[in-house]
Design a protein around this ligand. Sequence first.
Ligand SMILES: Nc1ncnc2c1ncn2[C@@H]1O[C@H](COP(=O)(O)OP(=O)(O)OP(=O)(O)O)[C@@H](O)[C@H]1O
Ligand SMILES: [Mg+2]
Length: 366
Amino acid sequence: MNAIDPIHAEAQGIRLSGVTKSYDAKAVTIPPMDIEMRAGEFTVILGPSGCGKSTLLQMIAGLERVTGGTISIGGREVQDLEPKERGLAMVFQNYALYPHMTVAQNIGYSLRVAGIQRAERDARVKAVARMLGLADFLHRKPGQLSGGQRQRVAIGRAIIREPGVLLFDEPLSNLDAQLRQDMRLELAELHHRIGATSIFVTHDQVEAMTLADRILILNKGRVEQFDTPKTIYSRPASIFVAKFIGAPPMNILPVSGDGRALRFGNGKVFAASPLKGEFLLGIRPESIVLDRHGPIRAQLRHREDLGSHMILTAAFDLVDLRIALPFGSAEPQQSDLHLHFPRECLHLFDVEGRRIEADFHLEYAN
Ligand SMILES: Nc1ncnc2c1ncn2[C@@H]1O[C@H](COP(=O)(O)OP(=O)(O)OP(=O)(O)O)[C@@H](O)[C@H]1O
Ligand SMILES: [Mg+2]
């Protein structure tokens, strides 16, 4: 396939250099940002509401101007180009379909504009509609569809030309859980097939973990971490990231070091370490081991059975620890719990919440 094929473009790399955005003089929405997405890479942007996800996507799309910096797509600077000159397609939070056109016409619109023959157009529209579960609605108008069906038409319209770059802003947010799951698989297959460089904004961490080659975690417009789902989960760069990925979120316990040992707030030693000062220790609920001989004692306060696993809440050293037990594991019979924190599952952060790699080995003492 070559770049001028009207219905399939090669994936393009995207580079942002010093890109900033201020909607007004008083506030900076995106402080200078340098990031690069490789050609064909699937990036998921994750972050709390208002952190700048849509702003970032709209600057790449050309719907918002950058306040400073450059954006290049396939090596070509695009920040001053119109959206249609950037070689990308998008599905946004507030997608607008053409109300007077049928579903088939909406999906096939860009092919018609590109002058693709009717027979080919119809075949492609049918194939896309089948994939999106819209085959029975091709003759309806958008006003006769549910929100979720309309959202799928918007996706169909964006993907039909198989562009080199695809931008999605929460494209699955109007769908029910089952449809969302189905669409997630369809999108993963679609990406596999057309291989466009894709940027996908979502609030859903399952979507992020399953779709992304890399996840970009934004906090107030800044990049907290940009890495593979595996690394984001196993080596979060900050407490912010650690608490954003994983449900329930990572447990965070204050600890202090005197140069020889790290102690919990209750004064009990849990590790030998040369660290001095205050730190925060992290452990995921699923990493805590219930162990009759475990050195850490906690008081069970609550249990929630979620079917596939059980979440225990237990009081330990001024905090409530969350412990996740997989289905079928032995449940505690009494409220006095004995726990073990495996060394390889412990994360250490400074008081600002930044990850630190520190040497310490477990040495519990009561
Ligand atoms: N057109 C605008 N004019 C002024 N401020 C804006 C504009 N659009 C967004 N903002 C502000 O910029 C910040 C980032 O908004 P943005 O829409 O990018 O967030 P988001 O991460 O997409 O949030 P959500 O998850 O709620 O969609 C917010 O504080 C928002 O109020
Ligand atoms: Mg948004």
